[in-house]
Design a protein around this ligand. Structure first.
Ligand code: C5P
Length: 241
């Protein structure tokens, strides 16, 4: 049975952010946005009211999803916070960690004398941590962790440091997984919880991740109804998957 998310409001962030250097150049990354869009699509299919805050990506808006397009980390943070309150926030965006201190108003020119260029970079706001500290706080705050090594260590550190409920971690740089791939393999960490998902298409992983989310929402916030209209047997929360 697919867990229903009817009656819940879910905010998802997806894709990269672009931090402008000047009117023609930016700092960005290779995130395709596919994982976050798949989560938004699956959540809407399960009846959730979904707001998808998307960085610059080439993807169609999933059916039934309200999409807000942004470019920079600062814009993404403003859009995400404006979309609260929500029951669930899923930060699947690959937010740039640094942005130029100031975007140059005009195109930077080569000096011609062979000199390099020094850019002053500043930290971008940590959107996930700001949502986890926001009042009212979403009942569930879920982050992603893309790591090249020591995945469990960094994921558990993120869980504690950013005060998250779940972290979905994946190993980047592995064939058939990660940023630009259609499929992925995730390990989901929570307090005293660990579950390996996939390798599987991102659309399937999105559904499996939402099952873990739904199992952590109070029963009153969602209503599972079988296709025949009958109510399913409830699993006590301490036996949630
Ligand atoms: O610490 P790290 O950047 O690896 O954490 C990744 C997680 O944090 C992702 O869920 C990402 O969306 C979120 N994040 C954020 N704001 C940032 C950096 C990362 O929300 N500035």
């Amino acid at each position: 049975m697919t867990a229903s998310l009817r009656g819940t409001r879910i905010v998802v962030s997806a894709g990269p952010t672009y931090e402008d250097i000047d009117p023609v150049r930016f700092i960005g990354n290779r995130s395709s946005g596919r994982m976050g869009f798949a989560i938004a699509a699956a959540a809407a299919q399960r009846g959730a009211q979904v707001v998808l805050v998307a960085g610059p990506v080439h993807l169609d808006t999933p059916a039934g999803v309200t999409r807000i397009d942004v470019r920079s980390a600062a814009q993404m943070q403003a859009a995400v916070l404006a979309a609260l309150p929500a029951d669930v926030y899923i930060g699947a965006a690959a937010v740039a960690d640094f942005a130029p201190a100031q975007a140059a108003p005009r195109k930077l020119k080569k000096s011609g004398d062979g000199d390099g260029l020094v850019l002053e970079l500043v930290r971008t706001p940590d959107i996930l941590a700001s949502v986890a500290r926001h009042a009212p706080r979403p009942r569930l705050v879920v982050g992603f962790a893309a790591e090249t090594h020591d995945v469990a260590h960094y994921a558990r550190d993120k869980l504690a440091r950013k005060q998250l409920d779940l972290v979905a971690a994946n190993l980047v740089g592995v064939a058939g997984s990660g940023f630009e791939s259609e499929s992925n393999a995730l390990t989901v960490y929570g307090a005293q919880f660990e579950r390996a998902l996939g390798p599987a298409p991102k659309t399937q992983l999105a559904g499996e991740l939402l099952d873990l989310v739904a199992a952590r929402l109070p029963r009153t916030q969602r209503d599972d109804v079988r296709v025949d209209g009958t109510l399913p047997v409830r699993t006590p929360p301490d036996r949630a998957p």
